[in-house]
Design a protein around this ligand. Structure first.
Ligand code: HAM
Length: 427
């Protein structure tokens, strides 16, 4: 036997026991997004590399060192999407989505970044992204934050705090950038290698450095807040007021700059201390310049994305519970039963709404089949032996509750199952 092939590093397989948690999370998110009038879009995993260079920014970790980029067979440079905002803007421009004002969109799916894998950080991970277009005011910033806060409540997420900042508009940023470069240039000897590289390409990112040796220098650096113009400050104030009135706690973190270049004005992150170094479960902000920058008509925009692996880690293993493979397990012993069983099962599936019925295949004794029925988590076993197959009857045995085996006409079975298993409220 040759060596079995392993998954690519940083790419996780989702086990059958795990998927119910994902489905539940997605279901709750879908319901909340629906309640706010957001509509789902599904976008390609592959985009032209140029799209990410022009939106996320040349001098960012993502574009410099984390993208899965390759040439396709036509020699075109393509990249597996590292995030969803760029593709959403690309699609919106291409299809005229933004001509309708007040577009509210969301998407869910895998993203790819060649980062060093560790807990909460994968090379393929999943985001739910939420984007709103054509609305310039702080009301929509507030809506997005309130939506995320509601989602935490519905999911039962605890121990997350909201951090906010404003990055100002491009003119504010330009003035600030110049002061920052002057400040760091005067202290060039104290900069680490990464920061020297960023000094002229993207000096704001120096503020994001995690290097302990840089922290003193960063702490004393000029603050962006001092350069934010009156209009931006009013926008930020209005957002804070709405959040206060709505009872959403937050802290203003003047050091919050985000790792992607497209942001202006509001930026925010939901952070937890419970997941070690990878504590940001949701992040976003305003990106009013991006649509125009990518060739569309100037359109204000704001959005966020949450990391689903991190959210599930925060919710803990018990969240979402176990889901059995089936509610009913059909045991069949003998040739006649094996032939009649699948036909009976089809009839039942057609007749009983929501029925989850697993048919034993592959033969075996009563004992071994009952063992499997038990392991499946089913509540009832249906037993079809030679005798039952001949007489048109079936035995029913509860697997989880006390009670002996009973016998029914096969024609009464659909009613019996509907009543016993599914007469309560929908799951
Ligand atoms: P981001 O901060 O790069 O923003 O990613 C958003 C979230 O995705 C992070 O807060 C984190 O929860 C999750 N995440 C990122 N990288 C990884 C990884 N390697 N493994 C696991 N989870 C990860 C964006 O992507 C922006 N597109 C958000 C946005 C939407 N801004 C405006 N609209």
């Amino acid at each position: 036997m040759s060596n079995p092939i392993q998954a690519v590093r940083g790419m996780r397989d989702m086990h059958p026991e795990e998927t119910p948690r994902w489905v539940r999370l997605e279901g709750i998110a879908r319901r909340v997004l629906d309640a706010y009038g957001y509509r789902e879009v599904r976008l390609p995993l592959l985009e032209k590399t140029e799209l990410f260079r022009r939106s996320i920014g040349e001098v960012t970790d993502i574009v410099e060192k984390e993208m899965y980029t390759f040439e396709d067979r036509n020699g075109e440079s393509l990249t597996l999407r590292p995030e969803g905002t760029a593709g959403c803007v690309r699609a919106g421009i291409q299809h005229g989505w933004f001509q309708q004002p007040g577009r509210r969109l969301w998407y869910l799916g895998p993203m790819f970044r060649h980062e060093r894998p560790q807990q909460g950080r994968y090379r393929q991970f999943h985001q739910i992204g939420v984007e709103a277009y054509g609305m310039p005011g702080p009301d929509i910033d507030a809506e997005l934050i309130l939506l995320s806060a509601r989602l935490w409540r519905e999911l039962g997420v605890e121990d997350v705090r909201l951090e906010l900042n404003t990055l100002g508009d491009p003119a504010d940023r330009g003035a600030y950038r110049k002061r920052l470069v002057d400040y760091f240039e005067a202290r060039h000897d104290a900069l680490d290698e990464d920061s020297r590289r960023r000094l002229h390409g993207n000096p704001l990112r120096i503020l994001d450095s995690k290097n302990p040796a840089m922290q003193g220098l960063i702490e004393n650096a000029p603050r962006l807040g001092e350069h934010v113009g009156a209009e931006c400050r009013a926008h930020f104030e209005a957002l804070q007021e709405t959040l206060r009135k709505a009872g959403v706690d937050f802290v203003v973190n003047p050091r919050l700059v985000r790792g992607l270049d497209y942001y202006n004005r509001t930026v925010f992150e939901w952070v937890t201390d419970r997941l070690g170094a990878q504590g940001t479960v949701c992040a976003g902000g305003r990106y009013d310049g991006l649509v125009e920058q990518l060739g569309g008509r100037a359109t204000p925009a704001v959005g966020f994305a949450m990391g689903l692996e991190r959210l599930l880690a925060l919710l803990g293993d018990a969240w979402g519970g176990e889901r059995s493979a089936a509610d009913v397990y059909l045991v069949m012993v003998g040739e006649a039963a094996e032939r009649a069983g699948p036909v009976l099962a089809e009839r039942l599936r057609g007749a009983v709404p929501r029925l989850r019925l697993l048919v034993h295949c592959g033969g075996g004794s009563f004992k071994s089949q009952f063992k499997r029925a038990d392991r499946s988590g089913a509540r009832l076993a249906l037993v079809l032996g030679e005798e039952e197959a001949r007489t048109g009857r079936v035995s029913v045995k509860p697997l989880r509750e006390a009670g002996g085996q009973s016998e029914l006409e096969q024609s009464d079975l659909a009613d019996y199952l509907a009543k016993t298993l599914y007469s309560g409220a929908a799951e």
